[in-house]
Design a protein around this ligand. Structure first.
Ligand SMILES: Cc1ncc(COP(=O)(O)O)c(C=O)c1O
Length: 382
């Protein structure tokens, strides 16, 4: 054995991969931990989705390898979803690539565009995978901050005063995780113009567009965005299907073709039953989104109460699956997180795992039923 790759020194085990081992150990010891840490929707997908999967499983012809690009029917359903939800028209055979969850797409995109030494603009705080994948490829994360008083607008003027010659990619994500900053069409327009001026490929990661947002927004709604931007989308949160692993990459045909060149060397398509279930989900109408919105709005009111009781402050105009809370002066986020976990058996996430700007914040998930959030509230002494 001549050692592991140097590459693995650039990353740590994903926070939740390690922390959930500890939480599960506590549960195994009989501690009644309420998990308000992770953003994994706890409710089932729609019945039609389950039926589509079940009837496919029964078909003896359904168990072979599948197309690297997904079945045409899935790409058509994705195109119809984009037309209906965002008013964006996509060619199903060229401008859509189904993914085994959007997380893997981050790797495929990065492998397609990055050489060692290239720089990548990444939001801080932000989804940790953007930086880990960048590091794994020997490229360099360059962090930018978001102005939460301006719906999460990056300071583009400040960014443009830097040397951007080595910056090849920029990750953006609205509604933003973990802060819930909603973004806006105007912000997306400004970022598209910035990316064009600086010849940067813009990557919009969009898994929360349907969670507590006023109106779902796609970067491809911005005129001219197709020239510079690709978008990742996901069925995980929108349709309660995180474990199914279905996402999609949409945008420029020639770029998608290059990404498929990489991806087709990594996996061999998605099980047909999953694709059929995804098609049924993508066809769900307004009723599904209304129910989902009401459910999360009710839970969020309770999480606000929990935050109030803990002396945390938060913005009420946020979107997405989390409440992002500022810790009061005189306390650290780690103190609060550890105290809650070890003394009250409530698991929430320290903000610093999302970057240095997350220091002093905690993230509370809405993926728990109301009675559990109420129980958490009752575990906190007044
Ligand atoms: C910002 C962001 N991007 C991407 C993902 C990955 O989603 P998927 O389940 O589609 O891989 C997540 C999941 O938590 C996320 O928060």
């Amino acid at each position: 054995m001549k050692g592991f790759s140097q590459r693995i020194e650039t990353v740590q085990e994903y926070y939740f991969s390690a922390k959930l081992r500890e939480v599960n150990q506590m549960i195994a010891e009989g501690k009644p931990v309420i998990n308000l840490g992770i953003g994994s929707p706890d409710l089932a997908p729609d019945k039609l989705v389950l039926e589509a999967m079940k009837s496919t499983v029964e078909n003896p012809q359904a168990h072979g390898y599948q197309s690297y690009q997904g079945i045409p029917e899935l790409r058509i359903a994705m195109a119809e979803f984009y037309a209906r939800e965002y008013g964006v028209s996509l060619q199903p055979d060229k401008e859509i690539l189904p993914l085994i969850g959007s997380k893997e797409g981050i790797m495929h995109i990065s492998m397609t565009f990055l050489n060692p030494g290239d720089q990548v603009l990444i939001p801080d705080p932000g989804y940790p995978t953007y930086a880990s994948v960048t590091n794994l490829l020997g490229a360099e994360p360059v962090y930018y901050t978001l102005d939460l008083s301006q719906k999460g607008r990056p300071n583009l003027e400040e960014l443009e005063s830097r040397d951007l010659s080595k910056v090849k990619l920029m990750w953006i994500n609205y509604p933003h995780m973990p802060t819930g900053a909603p973004g806006s069409k105007k912000i997306l327009e400004e970022i598209v113009a910035f990316a064009k001026r600086n010849e940067i490929v813009l990557l919009h990661d969009n898994p929360y567009s349907h969670i507590l947002s006023e109106k779902p927004l796609s970067i491809l709604e911005v005129a001219g965005a197709t020239d510079v931007a690709l978008e990742l989308n996901s069925l995980s949160k929108t349709f309660n299907m995180p474990g199914w692993r279905v996402g999609m990459l949409v945008g420029r045909a020639d770029w998608i073709q290059k990404i498929l060149k990489v991806k087709s060397n990594m996996d061999s398509g998605m099980f047909l039953g999953i694709q059929k279930g995804a098609i049924a989900a993508l066809k769900l109408g307004k009723g599904w989104f209304e129910e989902l919105g009401e459910l999360y709005a009710n839970r969020r009111k309770l999480v606000w109460k929990l935050a109030d009781k803990l002396g945390l402050t938060y913005a009420k105009d946020a979107s997405g699956l989390f409440v992002w809370c500022k810790v009061p002066d005189g306390k650290t986020a780690e103190e609060i997180v550890d105290q809650l976990l070890y003394e009250r058996h409530i698991f929430i996430t320290p903000g610093k795992i999302f970057g240095s700007q997350g220091e002093g914040y905690v993230r509370i998930s809405l993926c728990m039923p109301e009675f559990k959030i109420l129980e958490a509230i009752n575990r906190i002494k007044p």
